[in-house]
Design a protein around this ligand. Structure first.
Ligand code: AHM
Ligand code: MG
Length: 336
């Protein structure tokens, strides 16, 4: 039976990516190797997060990161694990981490053709209380393998060759796109393997949920204010939307992908560029949204068209179901 086949014919993430890559005759397995190293990092973080309370890993490391926030021990640890795993893959040349002010250029003997931008452990405010957190990553191809430059990671998001996240939640889930749709894998802890559980994820065309930090409402611009007002007091006879906000981008985006709706971190008077970082938060999530049939918009343009000037740049972001993003786009268009 079909179900039996699934139980005994396990589609691991490695097998899945090898299958995908075999469709490209020129492929030499480099991407599969890179991905395996990312997956290893995620498994490590998953295990560390699960043990955090026990192992007393939680607590301040006494350091502040480049954004001037307190750095938690788990953030530091995760960052080290990912940097080392990525370098040792032998397939990377430029690395950008939320935790490091400067990009890391891999030494020539260990260099490969991929640039990886990542937030090793996002959702820092949720670490200490055991709420879902995650790792986010995006991957570009270097232009000239012999001469990796900072410009290689300042490309528009649409140039990404892959993006994904791992959510450390009630189960550990790895969601990936290599530009041909979105697939979700769940960690089977007894096997230590990510198994394909959510093939070809498509976001519902319209959703019933909005997700935003409404505590910032007094500083919002008028399209955002109008949009959220409409979610609560619809004027077109539609039912009001439900509000869900974890405060971990990975968890909020994951729910949005599966259930539909909209996630927004808009600009406000205090932060004219919003909060979320372009390279390792906005771009990877926008890439996944589009690949799942949704949209991602900055308030001015398609998010993936943005050309970042600095590696830690921020941007407002509205992402989610196709129809819901159309509405916010219309409100911004009406302002012009
Ligand atoms: P972080 O990188 O310090 O963890 O901040 C990013 C997080 C996102 O996961 C989340 O979407 C957002 O910050 C929540 O911000 P706020 O607490 O302002 O609502
Ligand atoms: Mg972050």
């Amino acid at each position: 039976h079909a179900r039996d086949a699934h139980r005994t014919d396990l589609m691991t993430i490695t097998r899945f990516v090898l299958n995908e890559q075999s469709k490209h005759p020129a492929s030499r397995g480099d991407f599969t190797i890179l991905l395996n190293h990312i997956v290893l990092g995620c498994k490590f973080v998953c295990s560390a997060v699960n043990k955090a309370g026990l192992a007393k890993l939680i607590g301040l490391a006494g350091d502040t990161n480049v954004q001037g926030e307190e750095q938690k021990k788990l953030d530091v640890l995760s960052n080290e694990v990912f940097i080392k795993a990525l370098i040792s893959s032998g397939r990377t040349c430029v690395l950008v981490s939320e935790e490091d002010e400067e990009a890391t250029f891999v030494e020539p003997s260990r260099r490969g053709k991929y640039c990886v931008m990542f937030d090793p452990l996002d959702g820092s405010s949720n670490i200490d209380c055991g709420v879902s957190i995650g790792t986010i990553f995006g991957i570009y191809m270097v232009k000239d393998e012999g001469k990796p430059k900072i410009d290689d990671v300042l490309q528009p998001g649409k140039n990404m060759v892959a993006a994904g996240y791992c959510m450390y939640g009630s189960s550990c889930m790895f969601v990936l796109s290599t530009g041909t749709g979105v697939n979700g894998f769940t960690l089977d802890p007894s096997l230590g393997e990510f198994i394909l559980t959510h093939p070809n994820i498509k976001i519902p065309k319209k959703g019933k949920i909005y997700s935003v930090n409404e505590g910032n409402a007094k500083n919002w611009d008028s399209p955002t204010t109008k949009y959220v007002e409409k979610c609560k007091f619809p004027t077109d006879g539609a039912p009001a939307k439900s509000l869900r906000y974890v405060g971990s981008m990975v968890a909020d985006v994951h729910r949005t992908l599966l259930y539909g709706g909209i996630f927004l971190y808009p600009a406000d008077k205090k932060s004219p560029n919003g909060k979320l970082r372009v390279l390792y938060e906005v771009f990877p999530m926008s890439f996944l949204m589009e690949q799942a049939g949704g949209q991602a918009f900055t308030g001015k343009q398609r998010a993936l068209d943005l050309v970042p000037k600095k590696i830690h740049e921020r941007s407002p972001i509205f992402l989610g179901s196709y129809d819901d993003i159309e509405e916010i786009k219309a409100l911004y268009a009406a302002e012009e």
